[in-house]
Design a protein around this ligand. Structure first.
Ligand SMILES: NC(=O)C1=CN([C@@H]2O[C@H](COP(=O)(O)OP(=O)(O)OC[C@H]3O[C@@H](n4cnc5c(N)ncnc54)[C@H](OP(=O)(O)O)[C@@H]3O)[C@@H](O)[C@H]2O)C=CC1
Ligand SMILES: CC(=O)N[C@@H](CCC(=O)OP(=O)(O)O)C(=O)O
Length: 353
């Protein structure tokens, strides 16, 4: 804690898309002071040179990663790094007493064999650390979050999909193995590092699926769904890249157990399920969410429908992948870790018309 009683916070991976969203929100957060920014190729640069529009607010230079420096300055550290790097530095930060919020996939999967199968990574030595990590989806694991010092923040597709699915599984409303998740993401979901498929010339005016049957968020979804259902669940997840920058729309389909369930029942069930979740809005009947409503906010909008003809439920979920799907959710978890209001320092109003 700083001399002024505020919590000192650092970000490793500050130049990335998640990093810059963290900077934007943490600068406005009433309980924290942003004191450290770390990176690799951006080390040595003033943050205002990387993001000139933030120069008047952030007077920090990005530094090369040095654990002792970070731990000497920061009580809390956000890691916005590519997969496979957080597990190399989180254990050392935890040893030095920092609270760590990891935005990557390194600590999300509880079974290391599943992790290896989907991420193809070599053996890791941090099994004990992994066993202490809590999956940072507050709407499902709110009670667990304050009891750890390592949060594994969920992926963006998983956040939007799981908020749509959870009431269905928790209340036993569907046949779990009929779950299908069809999701569309904006290009910022792929990060700021240059990738050819994310170039405007490649992504513009085109819509395509990718990672069909093998996207890394499949085991993450199945892990949480199995936990909610109380038995192993397998589902179909198909992501798509859509020509817009921010936002995810996940549409979930499943067969209902009770053919008599109607849309109004579903709305009541969802409203009760999320009554203590300030970042989830269950929309009125017949209203379907648009990604632009969530853009720039930590809100997840849910739209519900039942097709009596096919006996299927359809749930649509819209979030901003960089906020509720990443940086905002990490700050929501920090608020819970510290016992602060869950909404503190987080944006709720979209900037689109
Ligand atoms: N984008 C999204 O919608 C979401 C992303 N995620 C996950 O969050 C994490 C961050 O994603 P995102 O913000 O998109 O990533 P970006 O590609 O935009 O940024 C990556 C950051 O990591 C830094 N970095 C890379 N290598 C090193 C290193 N060896 N040492 C120190 N810093 C390094 C880069 O720093 P520098 O520029 O200095 O090299 C950069 O700041 C990823 O694991 C991603 O999978 C999770 C949910 C949603
Ligand atoms: C559009 C796009 O490329 N999206 C990314 C998902 C980003 C994300 O949440 O990734 P992590 O699970 O690695 O954190 C992808 O499909 O890999």
């Amino acid at each position: 804690m700083g001399d002024n009683g505020r919590t000192t916070v650092g970000i490793v991976g500050a130049s990335g898309y998640g990093g810059v969203q963290l900077v934007r929100m943490l600068c406005e957060h009433p309980k924290v002071d942003l004191v450290y920014l770390g990176g690799d190729s951006s080390a040595g640069k003033s943050y205002g040179d990387i993001y000139p529009h933030l120069a008047h607010q952030v007077n920090l230079t990005v530094e090369a990663v040095d654990i002792d420096t970070i731990a000497s300055r920061c009580e809390v550290v956000f890691l916005g790094l590519p997969n496979g790097l957080a597990c190399k530095i989180a254990p050392q930060l935890l040893d030095r007493g920092c609270l760590v919020l990891d935005l990557s996939a390194d600590y999300r999967l509880t079974d290391m064999e599943v992790y290896k199968a989907w991420y193809g990574s070599a053996d890791r030595a941090d099994h004990e650390v992994l066993s202490k990590a809590v999956y940072g989806l507050p709407e499902i694991y709110r009670d667990r979050i304050p009891h750890t010092n390592l949060i594994a923040c969920p992926g963006c597709y998983t956040t939007s999909s799981l908020l749509a699915i959870s009431p269905l599984l928790k209340q036993g409303l569907i046949e779990p193995d009929t779950l299908i998740v069809d999701a569309k993401s904006g290009t910022s979901g792929g990060g700021r590092q240059g990738k050819i498929n994310l170039l405007l010339a490649e992504a513009d005016s085109s819509l395509a699926a990718y990672g069909v049957t093998r996207h890394r968020h499949t085991p993450e979804l199945e892990q949480v769904c199995s936990d909610l259902a109380g038995h192993e669940v397998k589902l179909q997840f198909t992501p798509h890249l859509i020509p817009m920058v921010r936002g995810i729309l996940a549409t979930v389909y499943a067969t209902l157990r009770d053919p008599g369930l109607v849309r109004e029942d579903l709305r009541t069930i969802y409203s009760v399920f999320y009554q203590n979740s300030p970042w989830v809005r269950v929309l009125p009947n017949g209203i379907y969410p648009q990604t632009k409503w969530a853009c720039g906010t930590n809100v997840c909008y849910l739209g519900l429908e039942v097709d009596a003809r096919t006996n299927r439920v359809i749930v649509m979920s819209a979030i901003d992948n960089l906020i509720k799907g990443q940086a905002g959710q990490a700050i929501q978890c920090l608020n819970l870790l510290k016992g602060w209001e869950e909404t503190l320092g987080l944006p709720k109003l979209a900037f689109y018309p």
